[in-house]
Design a protein around this ligand. Structure first.
Ligand code: SF4
Ligand code: SF4
Length: 380
């Protein structure tokens, strides 16, 4: 019999009509072995959507409230005790929860909606490459986590899907500390994400790709109707399947490279697809962030690569409103804001793109490294 542990379910869904969304998610859970495989009455479950910033659902920055409602309603009917929780990037939690529709969903379901706070140490997994992983105590106090990511592009990681969403279990400014600690190499950050996923071990991941984001994601990109809900017990298997469909081959996807380096990449033949979409399916012309990682260079050339290959953040003239969020969030202290907008110290900058991610006015863009631009000019 086929092993459902490595199954990835992809279901077509074009709208956020609640009853339809609930039906599709019930189908995903059935395809993954049924609700009883994951849940039992009285269990305490943390629902972890993507609540990156205070943005209305139509901006497609956050997991749609209909998806969170549907999962919450299904679990409530099973007698599961749910809490919605996340730790946003920089905006106050109350405003993020209200703007994204989570406060209303929580009220309707009669469940709490909490900021993931109080950072506590977690035992690191055997394969860990980091020491001292600390996550919100709410993860430890739950019997299970249900991971509810949004399908979006991401400047540093190319895509934010199931595994990346769990970085929200790291409390507030600790996120910046980790960015600084892992530095320039995207695979190192991806490896940290794999560690966090191994610690959290979500029981289930249900991804909202009905309308996601392409281009300058995860906050300032363009909404795109992907028409998809996806689910899996293993978020890494889900991410690897979707990244291929989105036009990001494994060699360009830092998470896939890190998983391969660590020997934990599930073999393609061990991942079974179920639902409406088969393995040959590809979304056409998805606009992805620049693929300019340093992974092909030896580490002693990092300085050269950073200066000439990797994209750097630059100010968009006239767009800055002086809120200071970019400077506040920068883990390297590489941004200051003056009357004309953000000013970057590229020697300090570790190219994490948190400033671009957190700018509420799309006033920071990427500029490709000079060498890449030249190679393109000469048709290489
Ligand atoms: S660049 Fe964006 S985040 Fe930085 S101060 Fe200007 S508007 Fe705010
Ligand atoms: S300037 Fe931007 S990209 Fe550079 S380290 Fe700071 S937040 Fe990261």
């Amino acid at each position: 019999m086929e092993n459902v542990a490595n199954r990835v379910v992809l279901i077509r869904q074009e709208t956020y009509e609640r009853r339809e969304v609930r039906c599709r998610i019930e189908r995903i859970i059935d395809e993954l072995g049924g609700a009883n495989r994951f849940f039992r009455p009285g269990m305490r479950v943390l629902l972890k959507p993507n609540l990156l910033a205070a943005a209305a659902p139509e901006k497609r920055v956050t997991t749609d409230p209909s998806v969170v409602w549907a999962v919450g309603a299904i679990l409530k009917d099973l007698g599961v005790v749910c809490t919605i929780g996340d730790s946003p990037g920089i905006d106050p939690f109350a405003s993020v929860a209200a703007a994204s529709g989570m406060t209303a969903v929580a009220k309707e379901l009669g469940i709490p909606c909490i900021e993931l706070s109080r950072s506590v140490p977690f035992p690191t997994p055997e394969c860990s490459v980091f020491h001292g992983i600390e996550l919100s105590s709410a993860v430890m106090e739950s019997d299970a986590v249900v991971n509810l990511p949004k399908l979006k592009t991401h400047g540093q990681m190319m895509l934010t899907l199931g595994v990346k969403n769990l970085f929200g279990c790291v409390v507030a400014q600790r996120k910046a500390e980790w960015h600084y600690k892992v530095g320039l190499r995207r695979e190192t950050f991806a490896s940290l994400l794999l560690d966090i996923a191994a610690v959290v071990r979500p029981a289930l991941t249900i991804l909202d790709g009905i309308v996601g984001m392409e281009g300058d994601g995860p906050r300032n990109g363009t909404p795109r109707a992907f028409g998809l809900l996806a689910g899996a017990a293993d978020p890494l298997a889900l991410d690897l399947v979707l990244s291929r469909m989105l036009g990001c081959p494994p060699n360009d996807f830092p998470l896939a490279r890190a998983a391969r380096e660590r020997g934990i990449e599930p073999a393609a033949e061990s991942v079974a697809l179920a639902g409406d979409v088969d393995a040959s399916f590809r979304f056409a012309n998805v606009v992805l962030p620049p693929q300019d990682s340093l992974h092909l260079l030896p580490s002693f050339l990092d300085g050269f690569g950073k200066s000439f290959l990797v994209s750097r953040p630059v100010a968009v003239r006239g767009a800055c409103r002086g809120c200071g969020k970019c400077a506040f969030v920068c883990p390297a202290g590489a941004v200051r804001v003056d009357a004309r907008g953000p000013v970057f110290d590229y020697r300090k900058c570790i190219r994490c793109y948190c400033c671009q991610e957190m700018c509420p006015h799309n006033a920071i863009r990427f500029r490709k490294g000079a060498l890449l631009t030249l190679m393109r000019l000469f048709g290489r």
